[in-house]
Structures are given as C-alpha cells and as structure tokens.
Design a protein around this ligand. Structure first.
Ligand code: SAM
Length: 286
C-alpha cells in the first residue's frame, strides 16, 4: 500500500493522461450530472461558489453564468492539465467571473467562510483523505452555505461504474485503496464525516441518462487492449498495460445495444449529496 502522497501523484498522472479525451469525449456525456449538481445548489446572482475537482470546468462555467457578474466562481483541481483546459474554455466563452486554481479538496486554497456554496461533480469518490476534505469544506463555507456533491452509485445501480470496473481490470492497481468510480456507492461514511465537520447532509439517488455514441469504438479499443495485455503478459511481466478509461462491455440491462449501433443509452445512477452548514437542511429536489 502506498502513502497518500503516492496516491496523489498517481491520481494526478491519471487525470493528466486523460485530460484531452475528457474534454473531447467525456464532458458532454456527464452533462446531466453537472446540470443536476448546479441546480441542486440553488445558486443565486452574487453568490461566491467553489467547484471542487472542477476538471475541465463544466460545473464552474455553468455556475458562473448563474451567479452573474457580481458573483464569482473558483474551480480547484489537483490536475494542472485539466485546469489548463478549463481556463481555455473560460477564455473561449468570454467568462471572466471564474478563476481556476490548483488545489485539492483536502487543502482548499481559500480563506475561512469564503463561499456561499460548494458544488462538486464526480470528484469525491477520488479524494484520498475525505475526513480532511470534509473539514476543509466546512472551513471555507459560510454559515448557512450549501454543499452539493455528485458521486457515482455502486456497480449495481450505475452502469458506468460496472463498465469502468471491467476496464480497470486492464489497468495497473492504484497505490491507494478506497478511491475509484464506485468508491462512494455507499456514501454513509462520507455523510457521517461531513456531519462531524459541521455539514449536515443526506444522500439522494438520481438516475441520469448516459449516451455513449462511440460504444463500438470503445469495444474495439477494449478488445485491442485486452489482446495487447495478453501478449505483453506472456512476453514480459515487467511492462505495465496502459491506463484505459473506456473499455469492456456495457451491461446495459434492457437498453438497446449491439456492436453495430452507433449510439446507446444506458442508465447511469449518480448519487447527489446535498447538504447545508449551520442551517436547516435546504429543500432540494429529488
Ligand atoms: C471525473 S473528473 C470530474 C470533473 C468535473 N467535475 C466534471 O464533472 O466533469 C474528476 C476530477 O477530480 C479531480 N480530483 C481528484 N482528486 C481530487 C482532489 N483530492 N481534490 C481536487 N480534485 C480532485 C481530478 O483531477 C479530476 O479532474
């Protein structure tokens, strides 16, 4: 088992490696989760918002439009490569009330009580020290502030997690445990950690559509990667297979699918964790 520092270095390298493909192919697929996360935070003009694990900036840019010129959004991420793409998107969109900073959920580069709301889409399942992250979130949220985090459900509820579990068999084992796409499929412990830090929360399940219009290509890549892996394993135990983000069969329970189809809708279950700090729980939908 590696140290948290080794875990962070591994995480950072993984996200750096897939940053381009994330912007090009994955962002649009996760749009329903991003939209739902921002909606649940009930952002208002003037709000000061933090987006944790902003990646290529989808939540931050969406939030920036809602809070308007008198509000502001800060997007933080451990990956400089992801942040660079996020900055490019903000520039292209002419959005000037958003700032992207390098930083982690466990050490948020912000002062105490700075934010009206924290939004985070599909990041907390990758956070290595969630106790530290919960404490940091509580520190930077204003009293009465809102916290909304979307994480994937477990493999039984969420097709994409099953899909990635299959893909993960071809990838090297992470140096730390307890992180990965389905790591917060049961978010009970994380909700308790938030609670201990002063953020009272609950979990709500939501099913979002997930379109993979390149499923045939993913399958093709998968079979090529599996073949390469088998060849490599027999040739040399020393060489590691490449990191693979999309491969394997989608277990699409009832969704129409065949290797010939160019598009497929599968169900992806995401869990959203809306919470408030120092105030009664807000009435959020779902
Ligand atoms: C699946 S992407 C989500 C990106 C974006 N929020 C979205 O919904 O499209 C996960 C992001 O979390 C970031 N991340 C992972 N661990 C983190 C941590 N401890 N603190 C901040 N960001 C982290 C990764 O670098 C990556 O950009």
């Amino acid at each position: 088992m590696g140290t948290p520092e080794e875990g962070l270095a591994w995480q950072t390298a993984v996200w750096a490696e897939i940053s381009d493909v994330y912007l090009r192919e994955i962002d649009s697929r996760f749009a329903p989760v991003v939209k739902s996360t921002v909606k649940r935070a009930e952002l208002r003009p003037d709000d000061v918002v933090l987006d944790i694990g902003t990646g290529t900036g989808s939540v931050a840019l969406h939030a920036a439009a809602l809070v308007g010129p008198s509000g502001s959004v800060t997007g933080i991420d451990i990956s400089a490569d992801m942040l660079e793409l996020a900055r490019g998107r903000a520039r292209d969109a002419g959005t000037d009330n958003v700032t992207f900073l390098e930083g982690g959920a466990e050490r948020i580069p912000a002062s105490d009580s700075e934010f009206d709301a924290i939004c985070s889409s599909l990041c907390f399942q990758y956070v290595i020290d969630r106790v530290a992250a919960a404490t940091e979130c509580s520190r930077v949220l204003k009293s009465g502030g809102r916290f909304v985090a979307a994480v994937w459900g477990g493999p039984d509820a969420c097709d994409i997690v099953r899909f990635q579990a299959t893909a993960g068999r071809f990838a090297p084992a992470p140096p730390v445990t307890g992180v990965g796409p389905g790591a917060l499929g049961d978010a009970t412990d994380f909700v308790a950690q938030l609670d201990s830090a002063g953020i009272a929360g609950r979990v709500e399940a939501e099913t979002t559509p997930f379109e993979n219009s390149r499923i045939s290509m993913s399958r093709g890549r998968c079979s090529r990667v599996s073949r390469r892996r088998r060849c490599r394993e027999s040739a040399s135990k020393k060489r590691r297979p490449p990191f693979v983000t999309r491969c394997g069969r989608i277990p699409n329970r009832g969704a129409r699918s065949s290797t010939r189809r160019s598009s497929l809708w599968a169900r992806s279950g995401s869990r959203l964790i809306p919470a408030s700090v120092g105030a009664p729980e807000p009435a959020l939908g779902g």
